[in-house]
Design a protein around this ligand. Sequence first.
Ligand code: AHM
Ligand code: MG
Length: 299
Amino acid sequence: MTTLREYLDSTGCEEKLKDLIELVSNQAAPIRKAFISNQEYVDSENIYGERQIALDKWSNEHLIKTFRESRLVKEAASEEEPEVVEFPDAETSYAVTIDPLDGSSLVQVNLAVGTIVGVYEDSVMQEGRNLKAAFYMLYGPLTVLGLTVREGVHLFALNEEDEYVMTRRDVRIPEGKLYASGALKRDWFPEHQRFIEYLEKEGYKLRYSGSFVADVHQYIKYGGVFSYPAYRGRETGKLRLLFEANPMGFIVDEAGGRISNGKRNLLETKPEKLDHRVPLYVGSRDVIEKMEKEFNIEV
Ligand code: AHM
Ligand code: MG
């Protein structure tokens, strides 16, 4: 079976980028080990005013420390940090975004959560389409790595020796029939509501877990549309362009799918600030392109 290193060596990736991808994805094992003793909520909020559990903080600090010691990262932006963290000793110009623990409200109920990573050159304040690499580690019954280095999307799983082996090469997202929408239904705007009703009429089945990374992983396999729309009270939507939308959307796009803000490709949006939020629709290409043309969703 192809290991992660063997796969990386078969690509056109720079050596240091291979090292960085391997280093970060290998942090899945220590992060998983920290689950048992970091379940509880702590007395702090992140910059979005969301309550943090100890594991959010632990994973963030662990990854930032890993970046610093590796000298492989010039700057990092994290969903759990108010500012970009600079690493003056870096020997590369990689700029990395992390959502250290996506879906953390599910930790206490033991459902799948994950870590989302994006790698740019020089600065994190760029359109998602400029990503050099994007990947996620999903902590479910298996630890799965979904990765693109702009050469298709490939899935790996940790084996008994804590080594990643490839489980699916060149994943292509099908035109499947799952759908999901975040936010309260009573707060949806009419255009979004109309789109969801269309999907239901067409026989799409609801699948929403509360963990974006786990949901998108599922949509990559089965196809359909995951959405977290703009809604009354939060016209920007909830999910973050830098930490969630761009890396996961880039992976979906590489697998032949699409990510949209309702009107156009989200990967073309220039971030205005670190905590830039966006309404998002991600999944199978045809149905999302149809939505962009026919449903007139406000953004
Ligand atoms: P997090 O990174 O703090 O976990 O927040 C993001 C999560 C996504 O994983 C998920 O899709 C969404 O927030 C769930 O939100 P809600 O609880 O409103 O359904
Ligand atoms: Mg998140």
